[in-house]
Design a protein around this ligand. Structure first.
Ligand code: SME
Length: 167
């Protein structure tokens, strides 16, 4: 595991932050095979580099999504299939970008401060196994750069799901 995270200077733009962060994520999880430990550190690195209001994952477990490692305020623990932004990303197997959560029918408000959201599914084989969720306390805070970068993170998370667990 890399011992520290190099972050962009304050004032750096989104593109610069992702460019610095993404290559570091692989070395962060190298040498550790425990799934939860690795996902927890990836979430912390995302939070530290990108200053997301909330970032975390939900695992597909039966007919529900169940909360996994996250950084930010307390969150809903279970989301039914197809419900909310996360459930839609799971059901349709695609990223869902919501510029204004109040304009999204069925949005699940874990925090009243959340204003915009992006959810990216993690797909292994042809099955969604997890979703990666980021929330902002600003309206219209996510764009295609976020979607593209977080899809790369989702590929890494999918690979971690396939790795054998150490414990
Ligand atoms: N807003 C999400 C629920 C999860 S939280 O944002 C952490 C949704 O509508 O699915």
């Amino acid at each position: 595991m890399a011992e520290s995270l190099i972050t962009a200077p304050s004032g750096a733009g989104k593109a610069e932050r992702y460019a610095l962060l993404l290559p570091q994520l692989r070395s962060l999880v190298e040498g550790e095979s425990d799934l939860i430990a690795n996902i927890a550190n990836v979430m912390a690195a995302l939070r530290e580099s990108m200053a997301f209001f909330w970032v975390g994952v939900y695992f597909v477990k039966g007919e529900e999504l169940v909360l996994g490692p996250f950084q930010g305020p307390l969150a809903c623990t279970r989301i039914a299939y197809g419900k909310g932004v996360c459930g839609l990303a799971w059901k349709e197997g695609r990223s869902v970008l919501v510029p204004d959560v109040e304009a999204f029918p069925g949005h699940i408000a874990c925090s009243a401060l959340s204003k915009s959201e992006l959810v990216v599914p993690v797909i292994v084989g042809e099955r969604v196994v997890m979703v990666l969720d980021v929330d902002s306390d600003q309206l219209n805070d996510f764009d295609e750069r976020d979607a593209s970068a977080l899809q790369q993170v989702a590929v890494l998370l999918g690979e971690l799901m396939e790795k054998p667990k150490a414990c």
